[in-house]
Design a protein. Sequence first.
Length: 202
Amino acid sequence: MSDTRKRKKGKAAEAKQPESGVIRDVILWLSLAVCILLFLSSFGLGGKAGNTISRFLFGLFGAVNYLLPIGLLIGIFFAVSNKGNTIARIKLWAAFFFVIFLDGIIDVIMYGKAVPSPARAYLISYRGKSGGGFFGCIIGGLFAKAFGPLVAGILLVIFMIICIVLVTEKGLLSRFIDRDRTPKEEKKEPEKKPAKKKKVFS
């Protein structure tokens, strides 16, 4: 009885693998179609429905929306291939916040301290396909009013670099520190003399 149960479980597991592969493939193809539609709609080539969705995304993300479909497609492929991976989730969230901080910098450069209200910023980006959009106004306005445009820009750039470090898992400042340390450590370490071989007399 135990052997028959094991065989049934093995057959069920084998049947699930092709199904999950097909579902994943369908999701990837649909994602590709949606992202192509969004990309073309950014340039007015997506018809009424595509252009409406594109304008909405421009209102939220501003000029960054021109590149957003490409980043979205890469993110979906990455998420599907790393399903259930906690590190992959952190990287995706870091990429998302990178876009938000970039929107904030665009708004700080454009408006300085005089950042418009979120609703006004949404309408400006919705109509003109420019600026940092709704999210950029919230982040850029918050930092600009609290620290001034110059400091706000510096802080947002630093936060963007942190996001890049999280995504790539490669430190920038630590590399310079390691470069400074390695020559000194090599000098301090004494050269090991090769051990003399003892002669064996027969």
